[in-house]
Design a protein around this ligand. Structure first.
Ligand SMILES: [Zn+2]
Length: 406
């Protein structure tokens, strides 16, 4: 099976995750897919293949040299986004793309157009795998799995390429933020690893947000409005005052690159009690801490103005920027960069404005930057992937393995 065929087989499995089931894997389809992959890895002759009850599938490509080479891993996730159905994915291949509109679904007039998605024009002449407009494609992250499996198959078929021990892992529930939680880093046993879960060819990521959530409860005092003078405390007005004191330009819609923000995600209330839910994001740890302190300071302002114990803040850290864990092992990034350049891919290092499984794994002791799959427009019906980009990702994996033996 070649790489594209392998990918097209994988997308037939419905592995959409679900953040309401509170179990791992969150959906049964992920285990069905993991079992299929386990059989495939067995037939490829990999070793130490384990699939646990939570759908974590690990395997080993043993070293074929006695040389002392670091054990590294490649990781991809089984699930697809809860944002769009992944049932009955029915892809087709647009061969030798001509730069024009691609009709995904004629009867519903769903068109993948370079006027909306100009990045299509970077792939003229390539073979694009697209959806029928009714589902997502699932290149996130079945392309990553196909690229890893094809890379180890290639290495198996080319014993003249000497390499150390390679570990691979496929995990469930990345899309609902649970992929790293039950990942047994010790059992995986690698010095470092790469998730193959990025977008456009060239993407290489080792920085993500530091993240916290903040819930603020405002207590009021309700009194008949006709007789309220000097007595009523309206918790909604206290909440409103709090919102107004935060910088209005430090919000998701006003920030990009390395700019952090406060995002008001939810507000609810009445006179007696109101709540605000924020998420706080910043790449810089010191600025991240300063944002949390600023919230605390503003609580003090509210309480001075509306009365002691009007406002109470609950802060909870969610995840941290993996850069902190990668900076001491920058050769991990350098090797990936060199591998890309060697196979003709221009590395594009950029900060993630979100989190990744790799960030959590990095803090669990497994440094884990992210490499491209080649797919674009993830999580929706306009998702597509050029076959040529998948081949590049596979070549990058093989090249990293080769570079380690030098
Ligand atoms: Zn993904």
């Amino acid at each position: 099976m070649n790489l594209a065929e392998r990918f097209l087989k994988y997308v037939t499995f419905d592995t959409q995750s679900n953040d309401t089931t509170r179990i791992t894997p969150s959906t049964a389809g992920q285990m069905v897919f993991a079992e299929y992959l386990k059989t495939e890895l067995e037939s490829l002759g990999l070793e130490d293949i384990t699939l646990d009850e939570h759908a974590y599938l690990f395997a080993t490509l043993p070293a074929n040299t006695d040389k002392d080479i670091p054990v590294i891993g490649f990781i991809a996730h089984l699930d697809t986004s809860p944002d769009m159905t992944g049932e009955n994915v029915s892809p087709h291949i647009v061969s030798n793309y001509d730069g024009k509109d691609i009709i995904l679904c004629a009867e519903e007039n769903i068109v993948l157009s370079p006027s909306q998605f100009p990045e299509l024009l970077n792939h003229i002449g390539e073979d694009l795998i697209v959806t029928d407009g009714k589902t997502l494609l699932g290149a996130d992250d079945k392309a990553g799995i196909a690229e890893i499996v094809s890379a180890v198959e290639y290495l198996k078929a080319h014993p003249e390429i000497k390499h150390g021990k390679i570990r691979i892992a496929f995990n469930p529930d990345e899309e609902i933020g649970e992929g790293a939680h039950r990942f047994d880093v010790e059992k995986f046993g690698c010095q470092w690893a790469y998730t193959i879960d990025g977008g456009e060819a060239g993407e290489l990521e080792y920085e993500n947000f530091n993240a916290a959530s903040a819930k603020i409860t405002f207590k009021g005092r309700n009194v008949h409005p006709g007789y309220a003078k000097g007595k009523m405390i309206n918790s909604m007005l206290a909440a409103n005052r709090f919102v107004a004191m935060l910088p209005s330009n430090e919000t998701p819609e006003h920030t990009e690159d390395y700019e952090g923000f406060y995002h008001l995600a939810d507000m609810a209330g009445g006179v007696e009690e109101s709540t605000l839910t924020y998420i706080i994001r910043d790449h810089h740890l010191d600025k991240f801490k300063a944002r949390k302190q600023e919230m605390d300071r503003l609580i003090g302002v509210i309480n001075a103005e509306f009365g002691e114990r009007t406002a109470a803040l609950e802060l909870r850290d969610q995840y941290y920027n993996m850069r902190e864990k990668i900076e001491s092992v920058m050769h991990v990034i350098d090797i990936a960069r060199t591998a890309m350049e060697a196979v003709g891919v221009v590395p594009n290092v950029k900060p993630i404005r979100g989190g990744t499984d790799g960030a959590q794994l990095s803090f669990k002791g497994l440094p884990c930057p992210n490499i491209f799959t080649g797919g674009l427009n993830f999580h929706g019906r306009y998702e597509f992937i050029p076959v040529q980009s998948m081949e590049k990702a596979m070549c990058v994996i093989v090249k990293i393995v080769k570079l380690l033996n030098q």
